[in-house]
Write a protein that binds this ligand. Structure first.
Ligand code: PMP
Ligand code: GLN
Length: 455
């Protein structure tokens, strides 16, 4: 049939078939040189792609990927509905490339309060497609071939491939656990940097350090002393700080989130990264931002204007209205920034108690909506496979989701290849979930424990 068609039509059909994945045609398209850019070598695997698929296929209860399963606040969804139905039709068109004016103005107003300094909404703030794009802009704009970037382990996994894509070299420094001697549960505050070890990682090749406080996955909220030490080293070695603060409002037990940019000598060398996904429990909106000095942000704008260029106007407008509400309620009990952590602390405490009761020892997080737990007492159900390439906690989570229907994330996914194997006794749970979801997780764990004790 193809043979009888006119040559141009035949070509068109072949093209179409080849894009539909017909193997005979893809053979024709084979090239003699590699198609993959070298910068992608070794970064093709992704924990979220792999474990989200597993959770979607097998889980009854998903405490894996970090997103709330409760609704975003009414004031935010109502703002979006107003924007879509009653707002100007121009809100469906492009807005300013570096951030919709009402949103950058609201962010500048808020961060002026938080940092105690005047900000220019047009030069000190930029809106991005989630915190992911904010981070991507930071690494692309500030890191060069041969530069070293210090990353504190455990770390949100994308830092490492993003540094590599920019041509930089990640240099890892671990938070070291110091278990309490009195038999109490460990807290994320018991995971600390060794000051001498941290200092040893700074050299003339160091361009930047990535700080993530509150930290994903541990929930550690860095203390003023710890931030002071990092700041001192940044100033001494003229190093930039990429400060991922997406969980800035999720801090518990009266702890305070301290912004490293507010410390002596740090404003001029820090880019703060934030996310409306975390701030307003709307991860699917993918609205993020950076706040920092123009001398750094001007280069992030260059990356942004030549890649993404623009973020969805309606989402930016609704988030702006969310921030305007929060600015009027700032510090008041009705503020979402006060209510959300209160509610999450209750959920955290409930999950701590539930995990502790079954013997899966939790590490109490001071912030974020994640909790890391020690799986040691459950390891007998999932025997080790000596010499396996796959870390034990990966196998444990895969077994758990397939056999118990409960999804989590292996902790070693948040470590570099060199250090992964030292942290395979832990898994991470997300507790930004409806009470019914947490209760269903508790039921699975209780039943599992009973089966173990009766066998
Ligand atoms: N940083 C950290 C520490 C995170 O946990 C996440 C996860 N979402 C991001 C950045 C990316 O945020 P966003 O969804 O806004 O892109
Ligand atoms: N930040 C979220 C987490 O840590 C989700 C990241 C993702 O899905 N890429 O779970």
């Amino acid at each position: 049939m193809l043979r009888r068609t006119a040559p141009f039509l035949r070509h068109f059909l072949l093209e179409r078939n080849s894009s539909a994945g017909h193997s005979s045609c893809s053979r024709e398209a084979k090239m003699s040189r590699p198609v993959q850019a070298r910068r992608l070598e070794g970064i093709d695997k992704n924990i979220w792609v792999e474990f989200v698929k597993l959770a979607t296929t097998y889980s009854k209860v998903n405490l894996g990927q970090g997103f709330p399963d409760f609704p975003a606040p009414d004031f935010l969804t109502e703002a979006l509905m107003r924007v879509v139905s009653g707002g100007s039709h121009m809100l469906h068109q492009y807005t300013r490339a570096f951030g919709h004016p009402p949103l950058v103005k609201a962010l500048a107003q808020l961060f002026e309060k938080l940092l105690g300094r005047d900000l220019d909404p047009m030069t000190n703030v930029m809106v991005t497609v989630g915190a992911y794009q904010a981070l991507f802009c930071c690494f692309q704009a500030l890191v060069d071939e041969g530069d070293e970037v210090i990353i504190i382990e455990p770390f949100f996994d994308c830092y490492e491939p993003m540094v590599k894509m920019a041509g930089g070299t990640p240099v890892f420094v671990p938070l070291r656990p110091n278990p309490p001697k009195d038999g109490k549960l460990m807290s994320s505050a018991d995971w600390q940097l060794d000051p001498t070890e941290l200092a040893s990682k700074f050299s003339e090749r160091t361009k930047a350090i990535v700080l993530n406080s509150p930290n994903n996955p541990l929930g550690k909220v860095f203390s003023r002393e710890e931030l002071g030490l990092i700041a001192e080293l940044c100033v001494k070695h003229d190093v930039l700080c990429i400060s991922d603060e997406v969980y800035e409002w999720l801090v518990y037990d009266g702890k305070q989130h301290i912004r490293i940019a507010s410390l002596q000598g740090m404003w001029d060398r820090t880019v703060i990264v934030g996310s409306a996904g975390k701030t307003f429990s709307a991860t699917g909106w993918k609205v993020g931002w950076v706040v920092g000095p123009d001398r750094l942000l001007q280069h992030l704008r260059t990356v942004h204007q030549n890649s993404v260029y623009h973020c969805a106007t309606i989402a930016q407008e609704a988030v702006a209205q969310g921030f305007q509400r929060e600015l009027t309620l700032y510090g008041k009990p009705e503020s979402y920034f006060v209510q959300l952590p209160k509610e999450l602390q209750r959920k955290r405490d409930w999950l701590i108690q539930s995990l502790n009761a079954v013997g899966m020892k939790p590490i109490i997080p001071e912030g974020t909506y994640f909790l890391v737990a020690d799986i040691s007492p459950f390891k007998s159900d999932v025997p080790d496979v000596p010499n396996s390439d796959e870390p034990y906690d990966y196998r444990f989570v895969k077994w758990m989701v397939k056999n118990k229907g409960l999804a989590a994330i292996p902790l070693s996914a948040f470590y570099s290849e060199a250090h992964k194997n030292n942290y395979t006794n832990f898994i991470r749970f997300c507790f930004a979930k409806e009470d019914t979801t947490l209760k269903a997780a508790n039921d699975i764990l209780q039943k599992w424990k009973q089966e173990k004790t009766s066998s």
